[in-house]
Design a binder for this molecule. Sequence first.
Ligand code: PAF
Length: 282
Amino acid sequence: MKIVKSVSGMQEASRQARSEGKKIVLVPTMGFLHQGHKRLLDIGRHSGGLLVLSIFVNPTQFGPKEDLSSYPRDFDRDCAIAKSAGVDIIFAPEPEDVYPKGFDTFIEVAGLSNRLCGLSRPGHFRGVATVVLKLFNMVMPDKAIFGKKDYQQLAIIRKMAKDLDLSLEIIGVDTVREADGLAMSSRNSYLSTEERSEAKCIPESIEEAKKEFSKGVRQSSLIIEKVKKIIEKQPLAVIDYIKVCDKDSLEDLSIIEDSAQLFLAVKIGKARLIDNCLLAAE
Ligand code: PAF
């Protein structure tokens, strides 16, 4: 396994792999790897070719009052996990190389970026889309793999790839969960024991929503009310949003016709936790 820090070094490695007829698969991350990332890497490993893991805590996707400086990092541990997952190259560029002095160009995916998390985190998806396009240009992958826990992020990246005619396949992978259902996230490490125990209200409320849907409830407000009640029982949980949306446009749905995507963002202590699920007939 190689560790590449420079952008030119990464581009060179990708050109070399391509000249040998290899496909390139990218798993972009901000590090502090967990089982969810491991699943992305396993899928990447099985798609063959050169497996590249990028680790870059992207400053442009954090708001001024967000957790950029305290975002969890453990490069040595990440390297060990990457090695055991069969990663060929860890690409870990420095912020000054990704955003050199005078950097001025940003990607804005209008519409999709201005809903859900985009409302509570202005500029977040502009930073995500910009860094992801830059990573695509640095690694030049044939495939890139993302988790569905960040459903809105995945939708935005797919839209960017379509709108800008990017020639690569974007693969979305189901959320990996802890034993009690909490979605894996690097930010779970912020939770104290008490907060962690309260956080299970999120997957519990999702199960309740699925139950309501399977009983035939199609009015979004009734499903949202049930979810809200479960979360509000936890004294430390502060709801940012609970929404039932069209799974493609991410626009609010008041009545569910065939299917919908339920989205939640809940703050517990320092951690802002997000989750989502599809509501659809089996
Ligand atoms: O999902 C993440 O970890 C990040 O948002 C990503 C896609 C690596 C961009 O910084």
